[in-house]
Each structure stands twice: as structure tokens, then as C-alpha cells.
Ligand binder design. Structure first.
Ligand SMILES: [Zn+2]
Length: 403
């Protein structure tokens, strides 16, 4: 398997299984690889898995995001509290370098939240583009701003059009980052700016959240740090202007994502690439992260095995990434009367896990005293415990978070 950045040879770092909703087009095997040449860290996908990614965003991810019970969490281009907080952090980073007359394009704008944010700060020449029609329809209804449905691989714009291009939490999702960068370079004006924000993979270990969580976000095909982004952009003559790390809350204060922000200027002159050893740091950090996560997963395997042995009726609240990791890697499915709970209506009405329906939390009213409730949605631990109490749940509650 050749590296998607430099076409060099690669080796496998780890192979982790992950469960998912029945019929989900998202791939379930996480085969993390690293490039021998440029040290890029990425997931290997089969041809079938590659095809499933687009379908996943269209049929599953956008549906769940747009029907979520949370009006708080940082979702793609939302106006939720935590999204706005992150926009403010990104804006603070950009504000020293940008001006209100700039023509701006947000590539992968999701529901258009950052475009609206910039408009409300006086950047009225700002447009958004996303390949998901449902997000663009939402953005167009919300206004202001011009929005287009198009792929980042083939933007419907003239060459040298934009003064600032925003690529915020997009590059880690795309199969071919080189092709996306080439298209951005084309529509970017010479002397214009390109902003790239990605999860800072070298800091996953400092903000672990849950067993292998940052790898279980399988939509993240690539794992970058600032050095890896600079290595990629250098070949497009994008010269570094500024760099920062910000820490943003995703679903709650319990879930902090480290973000690497980089700003580049599109220039004619060649940009000197840093020595590739700069990104070797990322590999050793990822190896440490994988080792620690494996230890926590072993610990949770033991917790679940003991529930199976004792034949305790088991409820799980929170059907998402944490549960999928547990389901694929522990004996959870063998727990006595395993009952799956989530408040998301889309999950309740149209999704199943291993043939089993997902129920509302009122099922806990009839739970016995000797049952166990596993809180799988770690970001919402406190509110789930509180709600379980209000429903009158009398069994034991097990939490899985790190703190
Ligand atoms: Zn490479």
C-alpha cells in the first residue's frame, strides 16, 4: 500500500476492529499505516471501503448530525454553542492576517456555520462549498452567504479567484489530500492565503477521552500534525505564515480535541520542505498513544467479562463510537439481556446493532435492582447519570471515562 501523500512504501502500525450499525457503509476495520518515506499516518481502505465513505456521509452521518438531540456539540458547520466557541478560536488565529474585503471560500463548510460567523463579523464576501446537498440546503435556508454543492476535488470556480481559502477539519476526511490541495491551489489567488485546520494527531495521547477514540473516528482517514501539513503544502508552493494549537470542546467539556491550525501564503517561488524527520515525532507519539489505549481496552475487557460471568442484566446508554469499540473488542454482546439505549430518534427508528433495536431511556423504568447500566457516551456521563436517577433507575451504574 503506497502512501497517499508521497507514494512511498508503508507499514502497518495497528489493526483495530470496530462495530457499527447494521448496514452502515462505513468501514469497520481500522488498519493504520505509516509511510516509510514521509512518515504520514493513514488508514488503509479497500476499494469497497473507499466507496462506502461517500455513502456514509450522505445516508448516515449527515442524517444523524442534523437530527441530533444535542444543540450544544460541535457538529459540521453547526451554530451550536461549542461550534461557535471553536469558530471564535479559529477567527482569533486568522484575524491578524485577514481583512473584510477579502473574497473567502470555506471548502467543506458543512451546514455553513463558519460562513455565517464570518458574515456576522463583517466578512460579507464569504462563500461555502460542500459535497453534501443536505448541508448546503440547510445553509442556503439559514443565510446569509452563497453556498454551492460541489466536491473539493473539482470546484466549480475560476482559477485564481479567492483571497482566503478555509479548509477546516476537511483534509483528514478526504481519500486524496493531494488532489484537494491541487484544486485549492488552482482557485487560490497568487499572494492569497490558505488556512488548514486538522486534529493534532501528535496530541491524541494527551487528550485520550476513550479507548482508541481518535482512531475509532473512522471518517478520519489521515492523522496529521503541523509538520505533516507543512510537508504536504510545501509541494504546492504554500509558504508558512502562522501556526497554532487550539483546544476545543467537541460534545462537552469532557471531550477536548487538540487542533493544529496552519496558515499559508500561495506564492510562485518554491517552498523549502522541512526535513522529513520533523514528522517522526508524530509516529512515536502515535505509538505511545496506541500502547496506552490498548491497556485501557484490556481493563474494560475485564469489566465486561465479569458482567458476563455474573449474568448481570446489562443496559448500555449511548450508541456511538465508544460502544462500537467495546462491542467489537469485548464480550459485551454476551451480556445477559443486553439492552441498547439512545435518545437520538433516527437511531431508535431506523438503526439496529447486530439485529437489535435501539430503545428510548424509558425502558430503564422497568429495570431490576440487580441490573447494570453502562454509560457508553462518555461526553454525556454526568447528564446520563442524572437522567437515569430521575427515571428512577435503581441498578448499578458503570462509567468508562478516564477521570
Ligand atoms: Zn509518504
Amino acid at each position: 500500500m503506497n502512501c497517499p501523500i508521497c507514494a512511498g512504501a508503508s507499514v502497518e502500525m495497528t489493526h483495530l476492529k470496530c462495530a457499527d450499525f447494521d448496514g452502515s457503509p462505513l468501514y469497520q476495520d481500522i488498519r493504520l499505516r505509516t509511510c516509510n518515506e514521509c512518515h504520514h499516518v493513514f488508514n488503509e481502505l479497500t476499494t469497497e471501503e473507499k466507496l462506502g465513505i461517500g455513502e456514509y456521509y450522505e445516508k448516515e452521518s449527515s442524517l444523524i448530525n442534523m437530527s441530533g438531540t444535542t444543540f450544544h456539540g460541535d457538529l459540521p458547520g453547526s451554530d451550536n454553542t461549542l461550534s461557535i466557541q471553536r469558530y471564535e478560536q479559529v477567527y482569533k488565529f486568522l484575524s491578524n492576517h485577514i481583512s473584510r474585503e477579502m473574497r473567502i471560500l470555506d471548502v467543506g463548510c458543512g451546514m455553513g456555520g463558519f460562513v455565517r460567523f464570518l458574515h456576522s463579523n463583517g466578512y460579507t464576501n464569504t462563500e461555502g462549498v460542500d459535497f453534501l446537498e443536505s448541508y448546503i440546503r440547510f445553509a442556503q435556508n439559514e443565510g446569509p452567504g452563497t453556498f454551492h454543492t460541489a466536491s473539493a476535488y473539482s470546484l466549480p470556480f475560476e482559477d485564481s479567484t479567492y483571497d482566503l481559502i478555509i479548509l477546516d477539519h476537511v483534509l483528514e476526511h478526504v481519500l486524496n489530500p493531494v488532489q484537494v490541495m491541487s484544486e485549492l491551489k488552482r482557485v487560490s489567488r497568487r499572494g492569497g492565503l490558505v488556512y488548514i485546520g486538522v486534529p493534532a494527531a501528535s496530541q491524541y495521547g494527551d487528550y485520550p477521552f476513550f479507548d482508541f477514540f481518535w482512531l475509532c473516528l473512522r471518517e478520519h482517514i489521515h492523522h496529521f500534525d503541523a509538520a505533516a501539513i507543512s510537508f504536504l503544502t510545501a509541494s504546492f508552493n504554500l509558504a508558512p505564515v502562522d501556526q497554532a494549537i487550539i483546544y476545543s470542546q467537541m460534545m462537552s467539556g469532557a471531550m477536548i480535541l487538540p487542533n493544529s491550525l496552519s496558515l499559508f501564503r500561495n506564492q510562485l517561488e518554491k517552498v523549502q520542505r522541512d526535513s522529513i524527520s520533523a514528522s517522526q515525532n508524530l509516529i512515536s507519539k502515535m505509538e505511545d498513544y496506541i500502547e496506552t489505549e490498548a491497556m485501557y481496552l484490556e481493563k474494560h475487557k475485564r469489566v465486561i467479562s465479569s458482567l458476563v460471568d455474573k449474568k448481570v442484566p446489562t443496559y448500555v446508554w449511548g450508541i456511538g463510537k465508544e460502544l462500537f469499540c467495546l462491542y467489537a473488542n469485548t464480550e459485551l454482546k454476551y451480556c445477559t439481556n443486553l439492552t441498547l439505549i439512545d435518545k437520538n430518534q433516527v437511531k431508535q427508528t431506523s438503526m439496529k446493532l447486530d439485529g437489535q433495536s435501539i430503545l428510548g431511556n424509558s425502558i430503564l423504568e422497568s429495570a431490576s435492582k440487580d441490573s447494570v447500566l453502562i454509560v457508553a457516551a462518555v461526553a454525556h456521563e454526568d447528564s446520563i447519570i442524572k437522567e437515569a436517577g430521575q427515571i428512577g433507575y435503581k441498578g448499578n451504574i458503570i462509567t468508562l471515562g478516564r477521570t
